[in-house]
Design a protein around this ligand. Structure first.
Ligand code: HEC
Length: 181
């Protein structure tokens, strides 16, 4: 599709008077010339060298983020169980995940998806029993919120633990606990 000379001139006028110093991608690639094997985009007449390199930087950043970010987001969502096992070292003194036995805290074997405060032979605090009335099960979301700051989520809990501040630690720990059903 060819644009009329008048339209092009108008566009150049808008771009150069916009004062942003940024040239639109479309403007830059409008004059692509095919040379040899590759297509070599070249800046339009009104684009300065700086504008051109800035636009190329932005294009590179866009392409890289398109490729990398979704992969990173997926990995983040899934969590890394091996890394989570290391995080669990912080819980080990009080919680078992293998044998189904209680220590200072109730066993966490199969805790994800389990009814809150439901280990039969464990004596929960009143705070945790009350919390269970409004929060039926340890869903992924509830666990993640709780473990970030247990005393904030369940005021009065007898779990003496400050919480996990890093989102990746919480996600990895969740992935690990899911492997201990
Ligand atoms: C100092 C001991 C201690 C540490 C460390 C500790 N907890 Fe606890 N945890 C407890 C106690 C005690 C309870 C029971 C809380 C209550 O009844 O108020 C509990 C309860 C829980 C519950 C609720 C279980 C249920 O049956 O409803 C979860 C989930 C939990 N802890 C996860 C963790 C995780 C994950 C960690 C490590 C990041 C951790 N805790 C670290 C002592 C601890």
């Amino acid at each position: 599709m060819r644009r009329s000379a008048a339209a092009m001139a108008e566009r150049r006028r808008i771009v150069s008077s916009s004062g942003t110093g940024i040239v639109s991608m479309r403007d830059l690639f409008v004059n692509c010339s095919v040379k040899g094997r590759g297509i070599k985009p070249r800046p339009t007449a009104n684009a300065t060298k700086d504008q051109w390199s800035e636009a190329m930087t932005r294009l590179t950043i866009t392409l890289v983020s398109l490729l990398v970010l979704p992969a990173a987001a997926l990995a983040q969502d899934a969590g890394d169980a091996a890394k989570g096992e290391k995080v669990f070292a912080q819980c080990k003194a009080c919680h078992d995940v293998e044998k189904g036995v209680n220590k200072i805290g109730p066993t966490l074997k199969g805790v994800i998806g389990r009814t809150v405060a439901s280990v039969p032979d464990y004596k929960y605090s009143t705070a945790m029993l009350d919390f269970a009335k409004t929060h039926p099960a340890w869903t992924d979301e509830l666990f993640l919120t709780y473990i970030e700051n247990p005393k904030k989520e369940v005021p009065g809990t007898k779990m003496a633990y400050a919480g996990l501040k890093k989102p990746e630690d919480r996600a990895n720990l969740l992935a690990y606990l899911k492997t201990r059903q």
